[in-house]
Write a protein that binds this ligand. Structure first.
Ligand SMILES: [Fe+2]
Ligand SMILES: [Fe+2]
Length: 169
């Protein structure tokens, strides 16, 4: 089946990320009622599919997209004491792309394009747009997946990928 082929290829490209102990910490973080792990896998998978259709470097996009929200501490409980511009900079929507980039660079070998797609995926909330088409794919797919999660609280490829994770861990 065609879809199965895509799942398999996606797993081959990002399997080391999905099974990494640090990345698995995302399973404990709530995100749009769907879990940050599930959200990241969905954004990774659909970005991979779109990148393939557009003839982009889909392996690079799949890995960058999967890592786009790689933060391992729940932001809902974080206390903020700062004020003004500093407070705004510390707000989760602005700060988490940088945290994700720090983690992605710490645990995986990422290139300049992937770094750009991670750190700019919140555009236009963060004002600097992605430099490459792959980054535009990730920022658009992230918004579509987040909207879908808010409405349906579930995403299609997850069940298949979850069984893969259980086998791998
Ligand atoms: Fe994000
Ligand atoms: Fe996201």
């Amino acid at each position: 089946m065609e879809t199965k082929k895509y799942y398999h290829e996606f797993e081959t490209i990002v399997g080391d990320i999905l099974t990494h102990s640090e990345f698995q910490k995302l399973k404990k973080i709530e995100h749009h009622g769907n879990g940050l792990y599930e959200h990241s896998v969905s954004v990774g998978y659909y970005s991979y599919r779109v990148a393939k259709i557009l003839g982009l470097d889909y392996e690079s996009v799949a890995r960058g997209a999967t890592l786009h929200d790689f933060f391992t501490e729940s932001w809902q409980n974080q206390k903020k004491d700062s004020k003004g511009i500093k407070r705004i900079k510390e707000m989760h929507g602005f700060s988490h792309p940088k945290t994700a980039l720090v983690n992605a660079e710490k645990y995986f070998d990422i290139d300049e394009r992937q770094a750009d797609m991670i750190v700019k995926h919140m555009f236009p909330l963060t004002p600097i747009p992605p430099m490459h088409v792959g980054g535009w794919v990730v920022t658009a797919v992230d918004k579509c997946v987040a909207t879908k999660e808010l409405i349906f609280e579930n995403t299609r490829p997850i069940k298949r990928l979850k069984s893969f994770i259980l086998k791998a861990s």
